[in-house]
Design a protein around this ligand. Structure first.
Ligand SMILES: [Zn+2]
Length: 258
């Protein structure tokens, strides 16, 4: 939020300065367009790249972690693929965090219960995961967050405090809604792009090249492809003495309301 305000302040400052200057010399029109363009580029980048912390503070990893500890996170479930993910996590003794969509939670409440029973963490990933959420009013975003929390509560009797914004998109309305609901925003600093890249080797190499203590890895429990990559990843973690813990453990923050 602060970074966005600073950006906007500089835009007005530059425009005011140019307007003042135009009393003395002829300032061409494009010189006025330039700061607006710059503001826009920064605002668009800040809204789409979660690690920039432009509109909201998001935890994208823990830089203080020196041990080989990381967090595997899975978005967009629960789905039937989640069961395969849970099986692998158990086999390799790893803990993870699942950012769940409200509508999916209503479809598979028993999978959500299993996630909790097996020692993993559940977080909020909005109720409908709408592609247009970047254009929702603050009130509508707030309803999305509360509706998802209710669906999660109905399944596991826990009030989720952790939230991951769909597509990593943030803006002033989302920031306002989060201030009202009090959710903690969890980003990532190791994006697998497993929902975009078709090739398993490429996804595996991307993640392992970026592996570092304290990192948060973004995956999706929605496809067999990710399940295949996950098994290779868990073997790799084991061979390199890395351990995956839940994000609340990695960041030392609460995952649910007491
Ligand atoms: Zn998502």
């Amino acid at each position: 939020m602060l970074k966005h305000r600073i950006n906007t302040f500089f835009l007005f400052f530059a425009l005011l300065l140019l307007a003042g200057l135009s009393f003395w010399v002829v300032v061409p029109f494009w010189v006025f367009v330039l700061p607006v363009l710059l503001w826009l580029i920064i605002a668009v980048a800040g809204s789409s790249v979660i690690t920039l912390n432009y509109h909201i503070k998001a935890y994208c990893g823990n830089p203080d972690v020196t041990a080989n500890t990381i967090s595997l996170t899975f978005d967009d479930g629960p789905t039937p693929e989640t069961l395969k993910v849970l099986q692998l996590l158990k086999k390799y003794n790893a803990a993870a965090t699942f950012f769940c969509i409200g509508t999916q939670v209503e479809k598979h409440p028993e999978i959500l219960k299993k996630i909790i029973e097996e020692g993993h963490t559940v977080g909020n990933h909005t109720y409908s995961h709408a592609a247009k959420m970047g254009f929702f009013s603050a009130e509508k975003v707030k309803q999305e967050l509360q509706h998802a929390n209710k669906a999660i509560y109905n399944a596991i009797s826990k009030q989720a405090l952790l939230f991951r914004p769909p597509f990593g998109v943030t803006n002033p309305n989302i920031a306002k809604a989060l201030k009202a609901t009090g959710h903690t925003v969890i980003g990532w600093n190791n994006r697998s792009l497993d929902a975009v890249i078709p090739d398993e080797d490429t996804i595996f190499n991307r993640v392992t090249q970026r592996l570092a203590p304290g990192c948060i890895i973004l995956l999706h429990d929605t496809s067999q492809k990710t399940v295949n990559v996950l098994e290779r990843l868990l073997v790799f973690l084991q061979q390199n003495n890395y351990k995956s813990v839940t994000v609340d453990q990695l960041l030392n923050i609460p995952a649910y309301e007491e």
